[in-house]
Write a protein that binds this ligand. Structure first.
Ligand code: FEO
Length: 167
C-alpha cells in the first residue's frame, strides 16, 4: 500500500470533515434562499459542491493508494441564524478549522516521510488559501453593508468575477 494505515485513517476522517463542511454550506444556502437572497444562496450552494468535490478527491486518493474508504458519520449542520453575518462568520470559522485539519495531515505525512501524500496535499493547502480569503472578503462585505444592506451584497455577488466565471 502506498499510504500507511495511520494516514489512511486520518484521510478518512478528513472525508467526514469535507462532507460536514459541504452539508453546512447547503444548510446556509437554504437559509439564504428562504430569506430571498438568491445570490448568497448560490454562493453557498456552489461552496457546498466544492466541499463535496474535496471529499471525492480524498476518496479517490485512498482508492489509488490501495486503502479502504470509510466515510464517518456526519453531524447535523446549524440551520438557524439570527443574522446573515452569523452564517458567514460560521463559514469562515469552518474554513479555518479545515485549514488546520489539512495542516495536521501535511504534518503527519511529513513525519511519516510519505512524499506521495505530501505532494497530493499541496493542492488542498493552496485551495484553503483561496477559500479562507474568499470567505474573509464576503464577511467584510456583509459587515460593511449591515443587515439593512443585504441587497447591496446581492448586487456585489451578482457582479463578482466568481459569479461570471461560473455562469
Ligand atoms: Fe474543503 Fe473549504 O475546505
Amino acid at each position: 500500500m502506498l499510504s500507511d494505515p495511520q494516514l489512511i485513517d486520518s484521510i478518512n476522517s478528513q472525508i467526514g470533515n469535507e462532507f460536514k463542511a459541504s452539508m453546512q454550506y447547503l444548510a446556509i444556502g437554504a437559509y439564504f434562499e428562504k430569506e430571498t437572497l438568491p445570490e448568497l444562496a448560490k454562493f453557498f450552494y456552489e461552496q457546498a459542491d466544492e466541499e463535496r468535490t474535496h471529499a471525492l478527491k480524498f476518496m479517490q486518493f485512498i482508492l489509488d493508494a490501495g486503502g479502504e474508504v470509510k466515510i464517518p458519520s456526519i453531524p447535523s449542520p446549524t440551520h438557524h441564524f439570527q443574522f446573515a453575518e452569523d452564517a458567514v462568520k460560521l463559514s469562515l470559522e469552518s474554513e479555518w478549522i479545515v485549514t488546520n485539519q489539512i495542516n495536521d495531515l501535511v504534518g503527519l505525512a511529513t513525519k511519516n516521510n510519505n512524499y506521495i501524500t505530501m505532494q497530493f496535499l499541496q493542492w488542498f493547502v493552496k485551495e484553503q488559501l483561496e477559500e479562507v480569503s474568499s470567505m474573509e472578503d464576503l464577511l467584510k462585505i456583509i459587515q460593511r453593508a449591515g443587515e439593512g444592506g443585504l441587497l447591496h451584497v446581492e448586487e456585489y455577488l451578482a457582479r463578482s468575477p466568481r459569479s461570471e466565471q461560473q455562469a
